[in-house]
Design a protein around this ligand. Sequence first.
Ligand code: PMP
Length: 320
Amino acid sequence: MNGRQRPWDEAVLHVGCEAVTRGLTVFEGLKGYRQPDASLGIVLVRQHYERLARSARLLHIPFETCFEEYEAAACGLVETLLQPDKEMWLRTTLCVTDGYWGEDTKADLIITGYQTEATAPEAIHLGVSTWRRSADASMPARIKTGANYQVGRLARIEGRRCGCTDMVLLNQWGRVAETTGSCIVMVRNGTVYTPPPSEGALESITVDVIESLARSLGIDFVRRPIDRTELLVADELALCGTLAEMVPVATIEGQALRSPPTLLRTIQARYFAAVRGREPHPSVQLTLSPSTSGANHADRPLHEQLGRLAGREMASQAAE
Ligand code: PMP
């Protein structure tokens, strides 16, 4: 924030800025995994940086941080915060701090870090929401802005009433867009399908990786529109995203999936092997944060303050 690290309680914005009054922020979630040498490997930082720049451009928010500064700031925060035996999720948020209705806009890049556990995601119960992904001409899904998540919040509130962990958002044509904080992949007859961004899905970095991994494994991967009813008769389903990783779906609208998630589990295993550096893959570039062997600056007051509060925030920010 403002080019330097600050304790959580001092990381504040003015109540009058457009980030607060209109939710005018764009952001990225980055995930770092422990590597065999105990360093932390942050996945595809350049792709996240470039998508942040695209979101900022679409909302006319100046983004003046160069890639090298962005990457160094992320690594610096990991070095300060990361606790032994944990992994880390970083939220890099460009907040509009000055300006009014697009005039004299100024923004600050704020990075916050959250400890995560290295556990495999469990299968979830998925529903289909009555709330819809907004159209490209109203609130484009391509822009990763905080305001775009209001609909996801409403969908999750709706889902909790019927025991669903997450919800599918349909687009304005009633076809599948994505879920509240991740994309969706479906298997039918041995092929993996996912809706393209023009159906209202974010331009997902994880989906690109999964496509590459699937092709390397000899599995067909196709991007095409998906009808709601196809979800209900799918062989396998999973959510995918940087934080969601690859979460298999156990039930859709209260019905068990037709098959165990065999094909998607195979891709999921290859994904974890790649991001944890056990079996590298060209589609998974890692930025290694070197001094994160576990015995890092645990005695620093900054570490304590940021780490404690970051942990508290983690649950509420999951799956973005
Ligand atoms: N859709 C939404 C709404 C998301 O928040 C995310 C997570 N960033 C995704 C899809 C998946 O995108 P990615 O794979 O780039 O994390």
